[in-house]
Write a protein that binds this ligand. Structure first.
Ligand code: SAH
Length: 306
């Protein structure tokens, strides 16, 4: 299959937001050519969804003008690339990356000598989102490390984990590798992501505990999940706030990510409005990832002020 390379030149302050939009439209990898000039290259498969993706992308880019006035200047160029070139174009930017204290993401085609404390995730993200290098993924992975740590003051209760929008499967695999006692249900609405995630789950030998399925959070049963992971977008987090609150077990935790910082307050309103306690947020390069807790019966909502 051929790919269409889309080159965008945008104001530097809008770089992260635009990179996320490209990923949302199904670009497997976004290369940032030059941080100063802020040119991004993204690759989309030249299939029947291409025009729709580019149309959605243009709409979303126009919306960004409200937040980044310089965005009015964005330029778009298109070029056809053959599959082999595409693979190399983004692979050359993807190397072993230390994401948290212990988690290291290593492309499947690279060799890596792990350190004694390292927990290595092998990844071939293909056309799915989730290389580990995007700040929203990295923030979620760091929260996962924190809450699964024995010494953490906020640990999820016993029970299953739900990964909503699993993409490459990276967060689900991180949980399975960090905590051999956990099993994970990983969902995505994109069949390509489901295929890629299954492949990565096998690659990391956690197929006995990570089950990947096509689906979304709305169809999940109430009150069962000890930990919910959702690296989506501000809109989707707000839209699904009631579902997140519903599927969590009492004392269960929600790690949300994918929020461009200007929307963080709005997402907070929606999630705390469903009774979840805001236990803190971390941010990096304009991205915000909060941690929330579903109160146990009778628990005072002290955390909601944090
Ligand atoms: N979890 C990965 C990927 C996040 S990208 C990571 O942290 O890097 C978000 C993913 O959510 C995409 O794969 C997209 O297909 C999926 N998605 C979008 N809307 C969704 C929805 N309503 N329900 C489930 N998945 C959704």
């Amino acid at each position: 299959m051929d790919y269409i390379e889309v080159r965008l030149t945008v104001p530097p302050e809008a770089l992260e937001a635009v990179a996320n939009l490209l990923n949302e439209q199904g670009s497997g990898g976004v290369a940032i050519d030059d941080e100063r000039e802020a040119t991004l290259r993204a690759y989309f498969p030249d299939d029947e969804r291409l025009e729709e993706r580019l149309k959605t992308l243009r709409g979303a880019l126009s919306d960004l003008v409200a937040f980044f006035p310089g965005m009015a200047e964005w330029r778009e160029e298109r070029r056809r690339v053959h599959e082999e070139d595409w693979a190399n174009a983004w692979r050359q930017f993807y190397h072993a990356t230390h994401v948290g204290r212990r988690l290291v993401v290593v492309p499947t085609w690279e060799s890596y000598q792990p350190g004694i404390e390292d927990v290595v995730i092998r990844m071939d993200p293909g056309m799915a989102f989730g290389t580990g290098t995007h700040p929203s993924t990295a923030l979620a992975m760091r929260w996962i490390e924190t809450v699964l740590d024995e010494g953490s003051s906020l640990r999820p209760p016993r029970g299953e984990v739900l990964d909503v929008g699993t993409g490459s499967g990276i967060l689900a695999i991180a949980v399975a590798l960090l905590d051999p006692g956990r099993s994970v249900r990983a969902l995505d609405i994109d069949p390509v992501a489901v295929r890629v995630a299954r492949h990565n789950v096998e690659e990391n030998r956690v197929g006995d505990r990570v089950r990947v399925a096509l689906g979304e959070v709305g169809a999940e049963p109430a009150g069962v999940y000890a930990l919910v992971l959702a690296n989506l977008t501000a809109d989707l987090l707000a839209e699904n706030a009631a579902h997140f609150a519903r599927v969590l077990a009492p004392g269960g935790l929600l790690i949300a990510s994918g929020i461009v910082d200007v929307y963080a307050e709005e997402v907070r309103r929606h999630l705390t409005g469903e009774g979840l306690l805001w236990q803190g947020a971390r941010s990096e390069s304009g991205w915000v990832a909060p941690l929330l807790e579903k109160p146990r019966p009778g628990q005072a909502p002290s955390g909601s002020q944090g």
